[in-house]
Design a protein around this ligand. Structure first.
Ligand code: ADP
Ligand code: PEP
Ligand code: K
Ligand code: MG
Length: 453
């Protein structure tokens, strides 16, 4: 049984050298994330070229996710500052004597007594004074304040437009570079997702949209956010800075279930193997954390700092792959009832899965846009699911989805052609049973065929 949940890796200084990128891919990375909160377009163009070159070399398809910074507040540029518990630090709108927080919205919102968190809560501080364009905070834990790290105020949300001007510049680059996925940070409602989709269609892009759920309203609206998105990401870094940490397991389950009930691929991200930023092996609790994400039925786990800035990017991916493969032995994620209105296409896909499972048949599908693959995979078929696509872009898109095995690139074909292809590629042999499916569209005849080879 091939490993069915995917492992995604964030590229950054620790991993974007070509030889390290290749080692990360060989270690089991199924796709990559580029974080537009950091780095330059030049660096990212080189990373993208490196990934596309790897596809040729390894004969695989790697989806690339462009992760937009979204409406947030990040520290400006300054020399990192060590803080210890109780030490006081000044945050200033424009630097000067303090640490720069280049955001009017932050200073509009922050009040004495607020808990300010940095870098997803890795460092927290209490606001003890404020005057005009500066606030004084007292560190609650020790740590290093570093440039461009996120700044959040626990329990409060910034009222900033989404997507931001920076997002629109990054989006144009992402579309020009032909990335398969665009992730939007700090989604609050379906309207945030809708505005991104409008911007994408104006740019003429069919990239799939990933909603990063990491705000209080984003969790409250998770059902409608999932409905509006192509995929959902549980952004535990900022979630942990907004909610009490003890709520995290409940919030993760809530988001995963909402996405799965709507057949949206769901990605669990951040701090999964956090100690591997420093150490070559994970802790026991991190192994259980990755296991839990798989058992919750996630389509993918996403490594962030571990592969972007950690000391062991390759080992981090190796461990994630090992744990995912072991977690899936003898286990098929529970099937979710379909929420949010089911089209005949969804009902048809469920029928395909049940028919194939009842016969112990392999599913062999042709998916023009990737939607048929998504509709079948949402039911977590216990049989192998091979999907042919018309081009590399769609093959990359479906490579992020649980259980889908990209079988190859084909021009439009009929069901007999699909059967011939799986045999020709050695994916099926004499005696195998096949359920052959073509993308379910209104005008498609000859959509389904059962065949014994
Ligand atoms: N493209 C990049 N260039 C430079 N540093 C990066 C890049 N991507 C990530 N990093 C570093 O790795 C850290 C963790 O990565 P990630 O969790 O993706 O970032 P963040 O949580 O800040 O959005 C970042 O805070 C940053 O210090
Ligand atoms: C993935 C996340 O977003 P970012 O790392 O960009 O803050 C997160 O917050 O967990
Ligand atoms: K980001
Ligand atoms: Mg985040």
């Amino acid at each position: 049984m091939t490993r069915r949940a995917r492992v995604l890796a964030t590229l950054g200084p620790a991993s974007d050298a070509p030889d390290v990128m290749e080692a990360v891919a060989a270690a089991g990375a199924d796709g990559f994330r580029l974080n537009f909160s950091h780095g330059t377009h030049e660096q990212k163009a080189a990373e993208i070229a490196g990934i596309r070159a790897l596809e040729e070399k390894l004969g695989r398809h790697f989806p690339i996710m462009g992760d937009l910074q979204g409406p947030t507040v990040r520290l400006g540029d300054f020399q990192p500052v060590q803080v210890s518990r109780g030490s006081r630090v000044t945050l200033a709108r424009d630097g000067g004597s303090g640490i720069p927080v280049p955001s009017d919205e932050f200073f509009r919102l922050v009040e004495v007594g607020d808990e300010v968190t940095f870098e997803g809560g890795r460092i927290a501080a209490r606001v003890v004074e404020r005057s005009g364009g500066t606030v004084v905070v007292e560190a609650l834990v020790e740590g290093t304040l570093a440039p461009r790290k996120t700044v959040a105020i626990r329990g409060k949300e910034y009222d900033l437009p989404s997507p931001t001007e920076k997002d629109m510049l990054d989006l144009k680059f992402i579309v020009e570079q032909g990335l398969e996925y665009v992730a939007l940070s700090f989604v609050r409602s379906r309207e945030d997702v809708r505005r991104l989709r409008e911007a994408l269609s104006e740019l003429g892009s069919d990239a799939w949209v990933i909603a990063k759920v990491e705000t209080i309203p984003g969790v409250e609206n998770v059902d409608s956010v999932a409905e509006e998105s192509d995929a959902v990401l549980v952004a535990r870094g900022d979630l942990g800075a907004k909610f009490p940490l003890e709520d995290m397991p409940f919030i993760q389950t809530r988001i995963v279930d909402a996405a799965r009930a709507r057949g949206r691929p769901v990605i669990v991200a951040t701090q999964l193997l956090d100690s591997m930023m420093e150490n070559p092996i994970p802790t026991r609790s991190e192994v259980v954390d990755v296991f839990t994400a798989v058992r919750d039925g996630a389509d993918a786990v996403l490594l962030t700092g571990e592969t972007a800035a950690g000391r062991h990017p390759v080992e981090s991916v190796e461990w994630a792959s090992r744990i995912v493969a072991r977690a899936e032995e003898g286990y098929a994620p529970r099937r979710m009832a379909m929420d949010g209105g089911t089209s005949i296409y969804d009902a048809f896909a469920l029928g395909v899965v049940e028919l194939a499972e009842s016969m112990g048949a392999k599913i062999v599908a042709y998916s023009r846009s990737g939607n048929t693959a998504r509709r079948i995979a949402r039911h977590r078929p216990s049989v192998d699911t091979y999907v042919f696509t018309p081009d590399a872009r769609t093959a990359r898109k479906i490579s992020l989805i649980w259980g889908v095995i990209p079988a190859g690139i084909l021009g439009a074909t009929d069901l007999e052609g699909l059967a011939n292809e799986v045999v020709r590629r050695g994916l099926a042999k004499e005696g195998d049973r096949l359920v052959l499916v073509r993308g379910v569209q209104k005008d498609t005849t000859d959509m389904l065929r059962v065949k014994v080879l």
